[in-house]
Design a protein around this ligand. Structure first.
Ligand code: PQ2
Ligand code: NAD
Length: 328
């Protein structure tokens, strides 16, 4: 049977941990981060747990294990290397209806801990249900690299203005379109560039206008030598959010095939300055223009200068370097 996924509020709630090694430390760090009150019982405590105890972050329970400790706990984490003892603890917890996690035995656990990607307040949790913890970990690492770091600040913006959003856009269908426009528009790009104040201003302007338009924006993509496997994830993301692709004839079809299908496509002007003007006009009209050049096309003269000028315009302009091709 599949596990029921849930996110639990442990702030101020008590969790009993039995075992004090490497694995107990990992679980306790996450529990403390969630605000749990942690009590630990172990023959030996990991030095970092001793330090946490000295700082008053956790309480150590001495002597022989006492079943009565379970009375106050809402969760039990069992992390000793004594399989018989672990099984006895799991049975005691079950009898008292306390949820229990046995760190090396999914079968004895009534809850398991997933691999987590943290973009607070956004969290992604991955579980293999105990089938293959290493697989959950690998998947987390892969997703971690591809997930926009602006997601956390973006979620915080939505949270901060939640009441105002509901008030300005009471109609759900309209609110949905507005959310999509913010997510696909300039705000995440500004957050990625570290321009938090500008992002908030753009966010509020969109809210004020109740307008679903995302705002103009430019992405300059170095498309590399032609193999789409060599595109950066950020470049791919930009190509998939484009309203219009401004394409240099030397960019490979294989790369272009990965761009958003319903984006308009147009050939780039011959002269570099005219090409700059071409993408600027799209941004000024509120469109997201993605200009693709082969190789590391925006770090070679004279396009580096065109890129520098575009970066001074009021709308966000992101440069995604590519792998230089033989010709530069
Ligand atoms: C996700 C994560 C969360 C966390 O613990 O925080 C987690 N294990 C993680 C890492 C990890 N686990 C193991 C190694 C190898 C260490 C080594 O071999 O040295 C590593 C890698 C490492 O330690 O780096 C070994 C292992 N783990 C379990 C067994 C027993 C078994 O499988 O029977 C064995 C021995 C397997 C064997 O020997 O074959 C059991 C469990 N591990 C779980 C969770 C639960 C199921 C979750 C699921 O399936 O989705 C469950 C059932 C209980 C529980 O909830 O703890 C965390 C990834 C954090 C991250 O990086 O994102
Ligand atoms: N879930 C996971 O992610 C995962 C990953 C790796 C290993 N494991 C397994 O989890 C277990 C713990 O791993 P570890 O590296 O933390 O082990 P460890 O040997 O470092 O720590 C074991 C801890 O349990 C305590 N302990 C043992 N018997 C006890 C008893 N009867 N009463 C009180 N305390 C007792 C020890 O004092 C020590 O603090 C091992 O069985 C390991 O194979 C789980």
């Amino acid at each position: 049977m599949p596990l029921y996924p849930m996110f639990v509020d442990l702030a101020g709630r008590e969790v009993l941990v039995v075992g004090g090694g490497e694995v107990a430390l990992r679980k306790i760090e996450a529990l403390l981060q969630a605000g749990a009150r942690v009590r630990v019982h172990a023959h030996e405590l990991h030095p970092q747990l001793v330090a946490l105890q000295a700082q008053g972050c956790l309480e150590r329970l001495e002597g022989d294990f006492d079943e009565a400790w379970l009375a106050q706990a809402q969760l039990l984490v069992v992390a000793t290397d004594d399989a018989g003892f672990n099984a006895r603890l799991a049975a005691l917890a079950e009898a008292r209806r306390v949820f229990v996690n046995v760190v090396d035995d999914a079968g004895l656990s009534s809850f398991q801990v997933p691999a987590v990607i943290d973009r607070a307040p956004l969290q992604l949790a991955i579980s293999s249900g105990g089938a293959a913890p290493m697989l959950a970990r690998r998947l987390r690492e892969r997703l971690e690299a591809g997930l926009d770091p602006a997601l956390g600040p973006l979620a915080r913006l939505f949270a901060r203005h939640r009441a105002a959003i509901r008030e300005r856009l009471p109609d759900l269908a309209r609110r949905r379109r507005w959310f999509d426009a913010v997510i696909d528009g300039a705000v995440p790009a500004l957050l990625r560039a570290g321009r938090e104040a500008d992002a908030e201003a753009a966010f509020l302007a969109l809210l004020e206008s109740r307008h679903p338009a995302g705002g103009g924006r430019i992405s300059l993509v170095g498309a590399g030598p032609g193999d789409p496997g060599q595109l950066s994830l950020a470049a791919l993301r930009a190509m998939n959010l484009a309203d219009v692709l401004v394409v240099d004839p030397a960019v490979s079809d294989a790369v272009l095939a990965l761009a958003r299908k319903d984006a308009a496509r147009e050939p780039v002007a011959d002269a570099p300055a005219a090409a700059g003007q071409q993408v600027r006009a799209h941004a000024a009209a509120g469109r997201h223009a993605v200009w693709l050049r082969p190789g590391d096309g925006f770090r070679v003269a004279p396009f580096d200068a065109v890129a520098a000028r575009l970066a001074q315009d009021p709308w966000p302009c992101e440069l995604h370097p590519g792998i230089a091709s033989a010709g530069g």
